[in-house]
Design a protein. Structure first.
Length: 395
C-alpha cells in the first residue's frame, strides 16, 4: 500500500534527519467535545469525538535511554535522556519528556527511540493537540520498549494527563487523553469523569460534524477556568448545608438546586445551574444518538451553547458569531462552542451531504461579521491512537 501524501512527507523527513529506516508510525488524534462542557472537573459526564486530525511519530527504537525527535512543523529538535527532569527551553519536548517520566514511574522499563514528529491538529484551537502529542509519544515509548500491552487505555490516558498536570504544569482534565487513546471510528465516547467508566456510542449515519475555528485569542480562558472551578466548589460547599451527602455538582439534581437557591449567590447559582443542566444534556444526547433522533441532538447542542453563554459566561463575540454562522445554513441541526471558551472552536451537527455548503456559509458569514477569515474543518468520528508497523505496509 502506498503511503498517503502526509505520511510520505514524514517518511521523507525521517530520511533527511536520520540514516536508515523507521520501523513504526504512532498516530494519536485530536478531539472535539460534542457536548459536556465544564462538567469534567465537577465529576460529571462528557461526550467527545476523535477527529481525523492527528499527531504522528515516525520512529525506531534505540539501544540506549536517549530520545531524539525532530518536529517538522516547529523545525526543532528534542534530545534528552529518559528520566531527566530538567525541562527543555521549548514547550513541545516537555510533553514527550513528561510522558516518559510518568510511564517509568508506573514501572515500565523504557528504551530510547528516535524519529520525526508531525501534527495537523491546529495548535491553540482547543482541539487538544497537546493530548494528541502525549498519547502518540506514549505509544512510541511503549512500542520501542516492546511493552505496548503493559498498560490499559485508561492507565495510559491517566499517565499522559499526569504528565501535563505535573511536568508541563497545565491543569487539564482527563477527557482529552481519554478520547485520544480510546476513540473509535464512527463512535462518540461517553466518559464518566468520576469513575472513568466509559462506553462507545455509535454515531449514526446521516449526520456529520463541522468545526469552526474562530482564530480568536483564548487568553482569558486560563484565568476564567480557575475562577469557574472555584465558584463550582463554593456552590458545593454551600449546598452541603442542606444536602450533606453531595461531594460534587455531579450529585446535585436540578430540583435540589432550585430548592436551595437561596443558599447561593446569584453568580454561583448560575454556574451550578449550567453544570447540573449540562450533565442532563449529555445523557439525553446519548439517548438521542442511540435513537437516531438527530434533531433532538441539535436542540441539546443549541441549549448547551446558550447555557455556556448566559449561565457560565465563557462565550465571546467571536464564538457567538461562529455559532450564528453555522446555524444560518438549513443543513445545521445545532451548534455550540466547544472547549474552555472565550475563543477557539465551535462544533455543528449537520445533515450528511451539506458539510461543504455549511463550511462555505460559515466562512462567508463569519468573515463578514468579524472581518476575520475562519478555518473550518469537516471530520467524521475517527479512530483513537494506534501504532502501525511499517513493514506491514499499513499507513
Amino acid at each position: 500500500m502506498q503511503p498517503d501524501k502526509r505520511t510520505q512527507t514524514i517518511l521523507d523527513g525521517f530520511g533527511t534527519y536520520f540514516e536508515g529506516a523507521a520501523t513504526h508510525l504512532a498516530i494519536a488524534p485530536g478531539r472535539v467535545n460534542l457536548i459536556g462542557e465544564h462538567t469534567d472537573y465537577n465529576e460529571g459526564f462528557v461526550l467527545p469525538v476523535a477527529l481525523d486530525r492527528d499527531v504522528r511519530v515516525l520512529f525506531r527504537s534505540r539501544d540506549d535511554g536517549r530520545v531524539r525527535l525532530y518536529a517538522l512543523e516547529f523545525d526543532s529538535w528534542a534530545d534528552f535522556e529518559i528520566g531527566a527532569t530538567k525541562r527543555s527551553s521549548q514547550l513541545w519536548p516537555s510533553y514527550v519528556q513528561g510522558v516518559g517520566l510518568e510511564l517509568a514511574d508506573l514501572g515500565v522499563e523504557l528504551k530510547g527511540f528516535e524519529g520525526v514528529v508531525s501534527g495537523n491538529v491546529p495548535r491553540g484551537s482547543g482541539l487538544s493537540s497537546s493530548a494528541a502529542l502525549e498519547i502518540a509519544a506514549a505509544k512510541a515509548f511503549l512500542t520501542a520498549a516492546n511493552q505496548i500491552h503493559t498498560l490499559t487505555g485508561p492507565q495510559l490516558a491517566r499517565a499522559a494527563q499526569k504528565a501535563e498536570n505535573e511536568f508541563v504544569g497545565v491543569n487539564c482534565g482527563i477527557m482529552d487523553q481519554f478520547i485520544s487513546t480510546l476513540g473509535e471510528e464512527g463512535h462518540a465516547l461517553l466518559i464518566d469523569c468520576r469513575s472513568l467508566d466509559y462506553r462507545r456510542v455509535p454515531f449514526p449515519e446521516g449526520v456529520s460534524l463541522v468545526i469552526g475555528n474562530t482564530k480568536a485569542s483564548r487568553s482569558l480562558a486560563g484565568s476564567a477556568y480557575n475562577e469557574r472551578r472555584a465558584q463550582c466548589e463554593d456552590g458545593v460547599h454551600r449546598l452541603q448545608a442542606a444536602v450533606p451527602d453531595i461531594t460534587a455538582l455531579r450529585d446535585v439534581s436540578r430540583d435540589d438546586l432550585e430548592a436551595h437557591r437561596s443558599l447561593l449567590p446569584a453568580t454561583v447559582f448560575r454556574r451550578c445551574r449550567h453544570v447540573v443542566s449540562e450533565n442532563e444534556r449529555v445523557l439525553k444526547t446519548v439517548d438521542a444518538l442511540e435513537g437516531g433522533d438527530f434533531r433532538v441532538v441539535g436542540r441539546l447542542m443549541d441549549a448547551s451553547h446558550e447555557s455556556l453563554r448566559d449561565d457560565y459566561e465563557v462565550s465571546s463575540e467571536a464564538l457567538d458569531r461562529m455559532v450564528e454562522s453555522m446555524r444560518s445554513h438549513p443543513g445545521c441541526l445545532g451548534a455550540r462552542l466547544t472547549g474552555a471558551g472565550f475563543g477557539g472552536c465551535a462544533v455543528a451537527l449537520v445533515e450528511a451531504g451539506t458539510e461543504k455548503d455549511v463550511r462555505e456559509a460559515v466562512q462567508e458569514a463569519y468573515a463578514k461579521a468579524m472581518n476575520l477569515w475562519p478555518e473550518v474543518y469537516i471530520s467524521p468520528p475517527s479512530a483513537g491512537a494506534r501504532v502501525l508497523p511499517l513493514n506491514a505496509g499499513s499507513y
